[in-house]
Design a protein around this ligand. Structure first.
Ligand code: SF4
Length: 350
């Protein structure tokens, strides 16, 4: 429903940067002041204060992906992480409401694991080029073409695609999941570059799909050479959704959680993370002694989630994720086989 003028006036009145708001958010700003310019803080702070209050009233937990902007990631999120961490947190929360600050497939995964809870996504148009690269019908056709070959599906897919799959994986556990099946061949969907990376780490024969992340596919090996020439001592960390020439030139390849761990363990003087733009901002808050060179490839879908959208979501309890029960049940089996290796004995959804 479109916002009425009176709503806007009420919201604007309620969202002033008062002394109280300034006090309430001072601890957040202290952490963010070298990332967010002082002039922007009076815009963010009233939303941060209002969201944090409303979250308590609604008994809501706010999960935010590593690609969310710093004011969301550090200002209002209760739990943060990569897709795997968010799926795990979603499975364990005892909150009444889950607000997923990420893209639609992540909210669906949270709903799959919490069918009785209300799962909200602040903007239902927050999609993903990987998730939209494949349909359930495509998976059924692949099964006909390769009978008996298990289907491993990246979590960046719709619930309907997960329901046609045997087991899910994330970039953090893809190699482990593929190897755990004990099969000579697997169908790996839908990210071609992640699939190629997995194929290079295992003896299992990997059948690929041509899906790509529109953010990571834009990086090139030339970019990496530029960073090395420009900053001789730079440590290059790349996400496995990047093309093979990028991964070949990187010092470390890993999921967003893997990259954070790598920085924490190695404390490089200077680092570039070849992944979505906000990641470096969020990690830089934790490691002030490391210089982060920031390539800026934004994910337009992740950036649909904003503080005003989150506040509105909590106020209106929109947009609730609803799934067909049959699809959700089959998708749950594929996600649970990922989260619980012991469940992979009964691996097929075919
Ligand atoms: S960064 Fe890529 S994989 Fe992640 S949500 Fe955006 S388009 Fe999808």
């Amino acid at each position: 429903m479109p916002m009425q003028a009176t709503d806007r006036a009420e919201e604007a009145g309620a969202l002033s940067f008062t002394r109280e708001v300034e006090r309430e958010t001072a601890h957040v700003y202290k952490r963010l002041k070298h990332i967010i310019p002082a002039i922007e803080w009076p815009v963010h702070a009233p939303y941060i204060a209002a969201i944090n209050r409303l979250k308590l009233e609604r008994r809501a937990v706010l999960l935010a992906h590593n690609y969310q902007t710093p004011e969301i990631f550090h200002g209002v999120a209760d739990l943060t992480g990569d897709s795997l961490a968010l799926a795990r947190e979603a499975a364990e929360t005892d909150a009444d409401v889950i607000v997923l600050c990420g893209v639609h497939f992540m909210a669906e995964t949270a709903k799959i694991l919490n069918p009785a809870k209300t799962v909200l996504i602040p903007d239902p148009e927050a999609g993903c080029s990987l998730a939209s690269s494949i349909t359930a019908e495509d998976v059924r056709l692949l099964r006909q073409r390769y009978p008996g070959v298990p289907v491993v599906t990246y979590v960046n897919t719709s619930a309907a695609v997960k329901a046609e799959s045997d087991v899910c994986c994330t970039s953090a556990n893809a190699v482990e999941v593929v190897e755990s099946l004990g099969a000579e061949r697997v169908i790996f969907l839908p990210d071609e570059y992640l699939g190629r990376y997995v194929a290079g780490q295992t003896r299992v024969n990997v059948i690929l799909w041509r899906g790509h992340c529109e953010v990571h596919e834009r990086f090139t090996g030339e970019d990496i050479r530029y960073y090395r020439e420009r900053f001789g001592d730079i440590s290059v960390l790349a996400h496995p959704e990047c093309p093979p020439d990028v991964l070949a030139e990187a010092d470390f390849v890993g999921s967003t959680a893997g990259m954070i761990r790598h920085v924490g363990l190695n404390r490089p003087k200077r680092v570039v993370m070849i992944t979505e733009c906000s990641m470096s901002d969020n990690v830089a808050v934790e490691f002030p002694d490391t210089e982060f060179v920031r390539p800026c490839n934004l994910c337009p879908h992740m950036k649909r989630i904003t503080l005003p959208a989150i506040l509105r979501s909590l106020q209106t309890m929109q947009y609730a994720v609803e799934l067909d029960e049959g699809i959700a049940e089959r998708a749950r089996m594929a996600v649970e086989r990922m989260l619980n290796p012991a469940a992979r004995g009964n691996r097929t959804n075919a």
